[in-house]
Design a protein around this ligand. Structure first.
Ligand SMILES: N[C@@H](CCC(=O)N[C@@H](CS)C(=O)NCC(=O)O)C(=O)O
Length: 217
């Protein structure tokens, strides 16, 4: 059964990157449908695929799943032989908590530093107190997961997991805007950036013809 993933512009769509990167890392073949966002016909195209009218969305046979976290859980359930979550229960509880925290939070960081894979790295305005608190919390969360569960590899829980997929767009924000993070967080970010799949996403985003001014401030 074919997996078909609906995604937005690779240059800007942080939510789309998450399931895309996870599918690649799990070595699950899939077809991608790229729909450029915020154009006059975008909504109609998104709604033709998913009733939520947003990316990402995944079609798999009769199943349609939307929202990056739901897609992650669907993949974990449908492909139990693939390591979507850490095998250890304590690590898995932390991984799920971090994913939920990322999914529903860090709004100050997100709005001050939009994901933009095309933008040449350069510092812009320094973070205000709320964005600085978001950055500090993410840095601490990464160090905590790596310190407790990361001994077997370079990722948050050693081997690549859903938690890394969820935080991958933050790696882009930290690098693009040259935000100050700890050496441990920098090393983790370098491990994500070294992934061939992550590189593939970045290159594809840079090659896209669409420019969205609201993400280019
Ligand atoms: N929480 C959702 C967020 C989905 C979302 O807001 N996607 C944005 C782009 S990254 C979108 O589809 N925007 C297009 C629109 O609203 O028309 C998820 O994780 O999938």
């Amino acid at each position: 059964m074919t997996l078909t993933l609906l995604i937005g512009n690779k240059a800007y769509s942080s939510w789309s990157l998450r399931p895309w990167l996870l599918l690649k890392q799990l070595d699950l073949p899939f077809e991608e449908v790229v729909t450029p966002l915020y154009r006059p016909d975008s909504k109609e195209k998104l709604l033709a695929f998913s009733p939520a009218g947003k990316v990402p969305a995944l079609r798999h046979g009769d199943s349609l799943v939307w929202d990056s976290l739901s897609i992650i859980e669907y993949l974990a359930e449908t492909f139990p032989d693939r390591a979507v979550w850490p095998r250890d229960a304590v690590a898995r509880a932390l991984a799920r908590s971090l994913c939920a925290e990322m999914h529903s939070g860090f709004t100050a960081l997100r709005s001050a530093y939009p994901t933009n894979f095309r933008r040449p790295p350069a510092a812009i305005a320094p973070p205000g107190p709320e964005a600085a608190a978001d950055i500090a919390r993410i840095d601490a969360a990464w160090r905590d997961a790596r310190g407790r569960f990361g001994a077997e590899g370079p990722f948050l829980f050693g081997a690549f997991s859903a938690a890394d997929a969820m935080f991958a767009p933050v790696v882009c924000r930290f690098s693009t805007y040259r935000l100050v993070i700890s050496i441990e967080a920098q090393n983790y970010a370098r491990a994500i950036e070294a992934l061939p799949a992550y590189r593939e996403w970045v290159e594809s985003g840079r090659a896209e013809p669409w420019v969205l001014e609201k993400f280019e401030k």
